[in-house]
Design a protein around this ligand. Structure first.
Ligand SMILES: [Zn+2]
Length: 281
């Protein structure tokens, strides 16, 4: 994959990126597609769609910053950690041991202990559970200020407990908040605040020297239909007006950069892409 678009802030030569497959979930489509499966007068008895979703993380080897991890998956033994009814609503399917975060990182020739920085798009349980690996390590965990505040508030007041869980929202994690709508995290790595799914969600834009720009949207878009057809999210959506604004920003960014889009949970969007140990430069 190449692009002729002139990218501002390109990552240095030698930057490498791996897509990590850290699990599979199955759930009712209406969680992530607005109106999915709803009945109408002419069709009162619709059948509900069940969809299989992938969980992914991204590992980046950066010549000056070292090993950077974007999101962490659900963490070890998450069906037990989540408990009922969550582990039935979002059921783990087709599990193999090599989907564990540490095992995925091993495939790239690295060790999870060598990760120098973790960047969180948002802190929902299926993206942040793997932060348990970084408790007490001092590794900086970058997350938007609004997301960090909202996650702790949601758990403490139980206003949105269930999508955030207390076991990874702890004080032995080296939280490093960032505050603005844009942050150049390192040469070639840009974070854009894109609220909507959650108040502090950020997408990661990586400008690789050979393969060009990539945009990792985390759950701003769960599946390609949310982006391609601008279908808002279903029961997992929170701030609708913010989502509409962020949706415009991301479409413009994609147009400007020609970026390859990678969504939070879309298996279809990964077709034709190599997962680790395959890599991109
Ligand atoms: Zn998710």
């Amino acid at each position: 994959m190449t692009t002729s678009i002139d990218l501002i802030n390109k990552a240095p030569e030698g930057t490498k990126l791996w897509l990590l497959h850290v699990g599979n979930l199955e759930c009712d489509e209406a969680w992530f597609k607005r109106g999915g499966g709803s009945s109408t007068r002419s069709n009162p008895n619709t059948t509900r769609e069940r969809r299989k979703l992938v969980m992914i993380s991204v590992l980046i080897e950066h010549p000056t910053e070292g090993l950077i991890l974007f999101e962490t998956g659900s963490g070890k033994d998450y069906p037990d950690v989540w408990g009922a009814p969550l582990n039935d609503i979002f059921a783990r399917v087709d599990y193999t041991e090599d989907q564990e975060l540490g095992a995925q990182i091993k495939k790239t020739g690295h060790d999870i202990k060598d990760v120098k920085m973790v960047v969180m798009g948002h802190l929902h349980l299926d993206h942040a559970g793997g932060l348990e690996n970084f408790r007490g390590t001092g590794v900086p965990i970058y997350v938007h200020e609004k997301e960090l505040k909202h996650a702790f508030y949601s758990v403490a007041t139980k206003s949105d407990l269930g999508v955030y869980l207390p076991h990874y929202l702890t004080f032995d994690i080296n939280w490093v908040p960032f505050h603005n709508s844009f942050l150049e995290l390192a040469q070639g790595l840009n974070l854009h605040h894109a609220p909507g799914h959650t108040p502090g969600l950020c997408i990661l834009q990586v400008n690789l020297p050979k393969s060009g720009a990539w945009i990792f949207t985390t759950d701003m878009y769960h599946v390609s239909e949310n982006y391609e057809d601008s279908v808002p999210q279903g029961w997992l959506a929170r701030e609708h007006d913010d989502w509409v604004r962020s949706n415009q920003m991301i479409h413009m960014l994609q147009r400007r950069t020609g970026a390859r889009m990678v969504f939070g949970h879309c298996a279809k969007a990964l077709e034709g892409l190599e997962m680790a140990p395959g890599s991109y430069e």
